[in-house]
Design a protein around this ligand. Sequence first.
Ligand SMILES: Cc1cc2nc3c(=O)[nH]c(=O)nc-3n(C[C@H](O)[C@H](O)[C@H](O)COP(=O)(O)OP(=O)(O)OC[C@H]3O[C@@H](n4cnc5c(N)ncnc54)[C@H](O)[C@@H]3O)c2cc1C
Length: 389
Amino acid sequence: MHSKEVVISGGGMVGAALAVALSRLGLSITLLEKQPPAAFSADSAIDLRVSSLNLRSERWLTELGAWQVLETMRLCPYHYLQAGEAKAQLRFAAADIHSSHLGHIVENNLLQLALWQQFTSHITVITDAHIVAFAEQPQQLDITLSDDRTLQAALLIGADGAQSMVRQLAGIGSSGWQYQQACLVACVDTPYPQQDITWQQFYPSGPRAFLPLPGAQASLVWYDEAAKIKQLAQLSPKALQNAFIEAFPAELGAITLTSSAWFPLARMQANQYVKGRVVLAGDAAHTINPLAGQGVNLGFADAIQLVQCLSDNISAGRELAATHSLGAYQRQRKWQNSLMMTAMDFIYQGFSRESDALSFVRQQGLRLASRAGVIKRLLTQYAVGNDLI
Ligand SMILES: Cc1cc2nc3c(=O)[nH]c(=O)nc-3n(C[C@H](O)[C@H](O)[C@H](O)COP(=O)(O)OP(=O)(O)OC[C@H]3O[C@@H](n4cnc5c(N)ncnc54)[C@H](O)[C@@H]3O)c2cc1C
């Protein structure tokens, strides 16, 4: 009889979703999280960290029961997605793919909470200790916690974010780089009722994005040179509000800033997603430029694939960490994640070069894609989370 003990380090959106899905396979889960989500109240301020979730993530979160809970809290659907530059824009509509919407903007802490509310007695949560070491034995991993407790597991999943301790303890290296740009995120009140479009306009200094939030609120993201972003972050709230109004397209209107914070941008990919009985998922395995809002969508895609591999191992009577299916997890997810990272860098580079010739090519490309129904439908399918390759 193979061990059914799984330890997950990190109970953020990806780790919590994995805990729920794996507990439903009959596995016994121990989840370590240093910052459990706070309770929800309808008048709590909007979390500055919001994510645009695609239809594939939404479907999976519905299967897990978290989406239904999120709907009773707060979330905002969008029906249109527009990207381009001042002279040419490409607009995608849900109707193009016969869908009721293209995605939703959700608050990270509320989604995490909605997932935690699906935890059952098969999930043991530890919030007062973290992993400090582990040793691989032939049949299991022996895991030591910061309070000297020990745990045994057939599998250890690192879902502990970009600075993953599990990745470091496993000696898994990573490659990537820090972008020269950073981004400033602001939560604002807009002069309009709830909007149903998310848009992104590219400038040579970087894109500026609008994500609708419930009511008249919105999240704005301003990408620019790191030095410029740090300068903006030093401004008084009133001066920063004016800077946003000046820098963003006029369609934004006279916003009122309610909160803001800046984030560095990094691309990172772990050299291995799997090493013996250790598996990485979500930001612990990869971080991507947030430009097109793909980070946690890729993390959920990792989680879906990992759950499938482990389910196959259980059905076939193999042990959980059987290498051939975990190897398939690593191959498929690394390939898909690399593809998306490269696509993001291509778009980012393509739009940030200032040259008349390139600008002409960009505008023609956007106009062509706008008119070519097939290309537009394919791009829309990709945007909502369907793989093209
Ligand atoms: C500005 C910005 C905008 C973004 N917008 C989008 C978007 O629109 N759409 C999208 O899909 N993605 C977006 N992302 C990316 C998205 O936020 C991340 O991909 C996502 O948060 C990753 O989830 P995760 O659960 O893998 O990691 P995290 O969210 O980092 O969660 C890791 C969890 O592990 C816990 N933890 C860490 N170390 C330990 C430890 N040693 N022991 C125990 N617990 C630990 C942490 O407390 C945390 O709860 C954006 C990112 C940024 C910076």
